[in-house]
Design a protein around this ligand. Structure first.
Ligand SMILES: [Zn+2]
Length: 244
């Protein structure tokens, strides 16, 4: 069963802003306040209780919350985990262990190499401390290369080539198709298994012939990607794991 979770909210605790989430629970019999390193402050609320109970609980336990949020360092939510050697990054559906090393003296261009389950990166000293932007840039390039190549391979099955392929930062959708015939994809598809990436590419390619999700679209999609439903379900279930 999917957990019902409200978006993160902000409130004042001890006179300073604090971020929290409310999680509705069928099983909970009373309200629980929970502070952890991984999630920050989470309020577990019995399904039928009013949200107003949350504010009341904060007032009642303000001193404990104030102390505990500071002790865990999660007043503004859980920290984004830093990337370092040993961090795991999913690429093409497989976990890869990140190995970071400094670039040799005098060279400034980051070097990346993906070998089996290891992703090696030689980075300038400053990027070693915060490698996320450099990693995202590299993954975006890999995604662009991969998606453009897959579109090139797959469009003949559908019969219509897109005018343009854009690979960028899309947070809400994996892909989309414009009426002018350009296809856009999220670079994060490179984190998913290749068959899943192909399925999304096929879906958008089919929109070049059918702009809606009607029977014509579905029949074409089934013909070019017989397992589309399974791949799309995989993406819905595993989207949370496609990050680092
Ligand atoms: Zn669609």
């Amino acid at each position: 069963m999917a957990r019902a979770e409200e978006p993160a909210e902000i409130t004042l605790i001890g006179g300073r802003p604090a971020r929290y989430r409310v999680r509705r629970s069928d099983r909970a019999r009373r309200l629980t306040l929970r502070v952890t390193h991984d999630e920050g402050l989470v309020v577990v609320l019995p399904r039928r209780w009013a949200l107003a109970e949350v504010g009341r609980a904060f007032e009642l336990h303000a001193r404990w919350l104030d102390r505990t949020l500071d002790r865990y360092g999660v007043r503004l939510g859980p920290p984004r985990r830093g990337l370092a050697t040993g961090s795991v990054v999913p690429i093409r559906g497989e976990p890869r262990r990140l190995v970071l090393s400094p670039l040799p003296e005098g060279s400034r261009r980051a070097r990346w190499e993906l070998r089996d389950d290891v992703l090696e990166a030689s980075l300038p000293a400053a990027a070693l401390l915060e490698p996320r932007p450099a990693l995202e840039r590299w993954l975006r390039g890999l995604a662009r290369e991969t998606i453009v190549a897959r579109v090139g391979e797959l469009w003949p099955r559908v019969g219509v080539a897109p005018r343009r392929v854009i690979v960028g930062e899309r947070l809400t959708r994996w892909g989309s198709c414009s009426e002018q015939g350009s296809l856009s994809f999220s670079w994060r598809l490179i984190l998913a298994p290749p068959a899943v990436l192909d399925a999304i590419v096929c879906h958008e390619l089919c929109h070049l012939s059918h702009f809606d999700h009607g029977p014509g679209f579905r029949a074409l999609l089934r013909r070019v990607c017989a397992d589309y439903d399974a791949h799309s379900a995989w993406l819905r279930t595993h989207a949370n794991e496609l990050r680092f």
